[in-house]
Ligand binder design. Structure first.
Ligand code: HEM
Ligand SMILES: *[C@@H]1O[C@H](CO)[C@@H](O)[C@H](O)[C@H]1NC(C)=O
Length: 500
């Protein structure tokens, strides 16, 4: 009997394998160019994810196979404008997010960012959006807090020993202080001047949980993570108790004052928290905290990393000419209120965001029911599709000539048509109904600090003896950061009479 069933079983396994194999060959993925192995297995993609090299891997695949490329069974990446429009802009907010975004829940509570479906998302977004409108960001109370911190940054740079400062740390502190000002002033942080607050920033930014969170996503049962833990293969789990406490304290203090009447300390009128606590919205304490925490996380590393890469780039000897031109513009336009209308500053920042989008990686979405044609390729419902900012900003070389060259000039003086083509592909803040909500706040923060620094100083790479820090991209779950997480620059004061 046993002898009889063994071959039968074996036969069944062989047949099942064949059916699977033929199924793969006849799948919609098979019609998309890409490495043959990736048609059958997600291991090559996962390997690069675990190495923190997903963005570069996908970029190389695009260069080799073209603007549509198969990444893994059921997952396809695109690098074209029609695909970007279809995936992220069709019907306002494009396709729904995938369960990947569950990794971004806060306090175990879903937030706007981690909401997958359109309806729930747009309800939440509608009530929060006005807090991030440009007109709101530019209100005096909101903007002055950011401006003060930009000044503090420039002073700190000048007062550092030998005028050498680790801008990776200081810019993350600046971003932390800026975003918490907007979220819940007067309970915002002061990490630029206060070591305790800086420690909270480090807790959030020096996260090493990439491998653990990927395991959590791919194996929700938690078994592989437990095994890896037993073997001592994983760094400790992400834990941000102090950051969580800062947010909860702000929420609780504000709620307490509200329940006792108007007198006590509470979040200022322009803040996100003052909107969230509106009783008409009926949000729970935890929902308010989770939303604040989410925006805090969205606003620290993104802003800090772009600024760090950009200031590093500007400090390279080849870019001193660019710094001089920026300085001339800032010197000739001393009115602080004009920071937003300076063409060269704008071009420099735009080029920084093009070359170093701090979220450079694919933003995964699901093909909706019934399947869709994306840039000429039909894909069935449920296929994971995406574009990545890093590649959108470099792939089409007729739009972005010499894509690896840092050239603010490409954003100036070209034809209106060329300008429009570049802007359509500009994807650093994503686009559409799920694009970055904090874009105007981020732009204001970045321009204000660049203005303070480059009207007063010239920056150069600090000669600290050892080997220079590795500034290449180290991919995290969705953002990327300079690999060594340090960047020491020397701040050389410009002539005194100019630094009004
Ligand atoms: C240079 C700085 C920044 C960059 C490059 C950036 C980039 C992005 C990108 C690419 C997305 C879409 C992500 C996705 O679809 O997976 C996003 C979403 C978001 N960002 Fe930003 N961001 C920046 C700064 C900020 C700041 C300062 C805030 C402040 C609160 C913020 C708040 C948000 C929120 C709330 C979302 C989710 C929007 C939604 O789901 O509707 N971001 N950001
Ligand atoms: C990242 O991937 C690219 C493209 O596949 C490869 O050339 C590069 O060596 C990889 N880098 C690392 C650090 O693994």
């Amino acid at each position: 009997m046993a002898l009889f069933t063994a071959p039968l079983l074996l036969g069944a396994v062989v047949v099942a394998a064949l059916v699977w194999f033929v199924g793969r060959l006849r799948s919609a993925d098979a019609a998309v160019p890409g490495p043959i192995l990736n048609l059958f297995s997600s291991l090559p993609l996962k390997y690069h994810e675990f190495c923190g090299n997903r963005t570069q891997y996908i970029h190389q695949l695009h260069r080799r196979y073209g603007s549509a490329v198969r990444l893994a069974p059921g997952e396809v990446a695109f690098a074209s404008l029609p695909a970007l429009k279809e995936i992220y802009l069709s019907h306002g907010s494009g396709y729904d997010k995938t369960s990947f975004y569950h990794l971004f829940r806060q306090y175990g509570t879903p937030t706007m960012f981690s909401t997958l479906d359109k309806q729930t998302h747009s309800q939440r977004r509608r009530i929060l959006a006005d807090r991030y409108a440009n007109s709101h960001v530019l209100k005096a109370d909101a903007l002055n807090g950011i401006r003060d911190r930009a000044k503090t940054f420039a002073i700190a740079a000048g007062q550092s020993p030998n005028q050498i400062m680790d801008v990776y740390i200081a810019l993350h502190s600046y971003a932390f202080d800026g975003v918490t000002h907007h979220l819940f002033h007067p309970f915002g942080s002061n990490a630029l001047e206060d070591r305790m607050d800086e420690a909270v920033m480090r807790e959030v930014s020096f996260d090493n949980s990439l491998a653990r969170r990927l395991l959590e996503y791919y194996f929700p049962s938690g078994v592989p993570a437990k095994i890896a833990d037993r073997l001592g293969l994983l760094p400790p789990a992400r834990s941000i108790p102090r950051a969580k406490q800062i947010v909860l304290d702000a929420v609780d203090t504000t709620l307490k004052s509200a329940s006792e009447g108007k007198e006590g300390p509470h979040a200022a009128d322009f803040t996100l928290l003052s909107r969230l606590q509106d009783p008409a919205l009926g949000l729970t304490r935890m929902q308010m905290a989770a939303e604040c925490m989410d925006h805090m996380a969205a606003g620290i590393e993104t802003t800090g990393d772009v600024l760090c890469w950009l200031m590093w780039q500007l400090s390279l000897p080849s870019c001193h000419r660019i710094q001089d031109r920026l300085y001339a513009e800032l010197r000739d336009n001393p009115d602080p209120a004009k920071y937003d209308s300076l063409p060269y500053l704008h071009a420099v920042l735009k080029e920084g965001l093009r070359m170093f989008p701090s979220i450079p990686m694919s933003l995964p979405r699901h093909v909706p029911s019934g399947g869709r044609v994306i840039d000429g390729t039909w894909l069935p419902e449920g296929t994971i599709v995406s574009c990545q900012p890093y590649t959108m900003h470099r792939f089409e070389e007729d739009i972005f000539p010499q894509p690896d060259e840092f050239s603010p000039d490409r954003w100036l003086g070209t034809s209106l048509e060329q300008d429009a083509e570049m802007n359509r592909r500009f994807f650093a803040f994503s686009n559409g109904g799920r694009g970055c909500l904090g874009k105007h706040l981020a732009m204001a923060e970045m321009k204000l600090v660049l203005r303070e620094v480059y009207r007063q100083y010239k920056t150069v790479l600090a000669d600290t003896g050892g080997k220079p820090a590795d500034m290449s991209m180290s991919d995290q779950i969705i953002s990327s950061r300079p690999k060594d997480q340090t960047c020491k620059l020397k701040f050389i004061p410009r002539r005194l009479k100019d630094s009004v």
